[in-house]
Design a protein. Structure first.
Length: 91
């Protein structure tokens, strides 16, 4: 069996190389980051629904599910499939 040339392997790899300042794993322009002002607003007033929503939206990915605090409140739990409260109470 012949030895595999490491340079040949590296040249065919599709995985990103070592991440350092000279060779970043991705283009820095693609880094969305987070809006620092939203974090400061939330820190100043943790009960602010607007700040909570802004923070959740800032942390979510575009086109993903909406943050949970945007969902309507449920007064009753969702109906269960096959749970019989009376039968459980008798156990």
């Amino acid at each position: 069996m012949t030895d595999i040339d490491d340079d040949a392997i590296d040249s065919t790899s599709v995985a990103p190389g070592e991440d350092d300042e000279a060779n970043p794993a991705h283009d820095p322009r693609q880094e969305a980051g987070q809006d620092v002002s939203i974090g400061k607003r939330l820190e100043k007033n943790p009960t602010s629904q607007d700040a909570q929503l802004d923070n959740a939206l800032d942390e979510s990915m575009d086109a993903s599910d909406p943050p949970s605090n945007t969902q309507p409140a449920q007064n009753e739990p969702a109906p269960s499939s096959g749970f019989d409260e009376e039968a459980e109470a008798q156990r």
